[in-house]
Design a protein around this ligand. Structure first.
Ligand code: URA
Length: 266
């Protein structure tokens, strides 16, 4: 059995969908090999890689002065600005802000809601139970959190009692997330849950509406799916997340193919 199938079984998936259409020799197909993107480590080089549509989506959103300033920060200044931020009430009870983690030249950006108790203690997103499930979700599509993946949240400070951040808190924190998108310049964004969808897409429709829609942030394709914490409480929804992740992988692979056809440019 392939590792992917073992991981899915561990996640509690049944692989009925794949069996409906069995490959000839009864084995599961191998996940596509995710080709490496050309390394472009400098922040300005990464931004240069953003197409015009994504740049204009970002600049349209960076309208006020604070947002406009954040939109110019490099990684070091951005991390400091997040750690020192006092722009909303969430700073009062945090142990520390949780900027994000992963590969700063990632192809894949995953966005969650906000840090919980464990993330607040460690300063890293998705380290609790939901994080373990997220790691399994990543592994199911051949990804690891430290390789070509960046993980961020809609809000960088823990809402007390793990409540959902308010629309205002997300709006105040949004410039940080937008700057992370600009610096990472990912090829695909996966939004985990309603808060992430609201923060990035400014869309508060239900996930049942957004999940299967062809969405984008500028020219970066976006896939919306359920948050891992929701899945922990609603196990039957895992099949839908698997569907969404497969769609994300297909979209990524298509963009990879067209980049390779164009001669390997990002
Ligand atoms: N849930 C989130 O949305 N983000 C985290 O970092 C942890 C749990």
């Amino acid at each position: 059995m392939y590792k992917e199938a073992a991981i899915l079984q561990e996640m509690g998936y049944t692989l009925w969908q794949l069996r409906q259409n069995p490959p000839e020799h009864g084995e599961l197909p191998k996940p596509p090999v995710l080709a490496e993107k050309i390394p472009m480590p400098e922040a300005h080089a990464l931004e240069a890689a953003l197409d015009g549509a994504t740049k204009s989506a970002l600049s349209g959103l960076a309208s006020d002065k604070r947002a406009a300033t954040i939109a110019t920060l490099d990684w070091t200044a951005l991390t400091e600005a997040i750690q020192d931020c006092r722009a909303c009430g969430l700073c009062a009870r945090r142990r520390q802000a949780v900027p994000g983690i992963g590969d700063r030249t990632a192809n894949w950006l995953f966005v969650g809601e906000g840090p919980g108790v464990e993330e607040d203690a460690k300063g890293e997103p998705f380290v609790g139970q939901a994080g373990k499930l997220l790691d399994n979700m990543l592994a199911a599509i051949g990804l690891r959190r430290d390789h070509k993946v960046y993980i961020a949240n809609a809000v960088k400070c823990r809402p007390e009692g793990n409540r959902t951040p308010t629309a205002e808190e997300m709006t105040v924190c949004r410039p940080f997330l937008l700057r992370q998108i600009a610096l990472v310049a990912p090829r695909l964004i996966v939004l985990l849950g309603k808060s992430a969808a609201y923060s990035v897409l400014d869309d508060d429709r239900n996930l049942s509406v957004l999940r299967k829609k062809p969405l984008s942030f500028g020219a970066i394709p976006v896939v919306v799916t359920y948050h891992p914490a929701y899945l922990l409480r609603n196990l039957p929804e895992k099949a839908k997340v698997w569907e969404d992740l497969c769609r994300a992988r297909e979209i990524f692979q298509e963009s990879e193919n067209s980049i390779l056809a164009e001669g390997g440019k990002k």
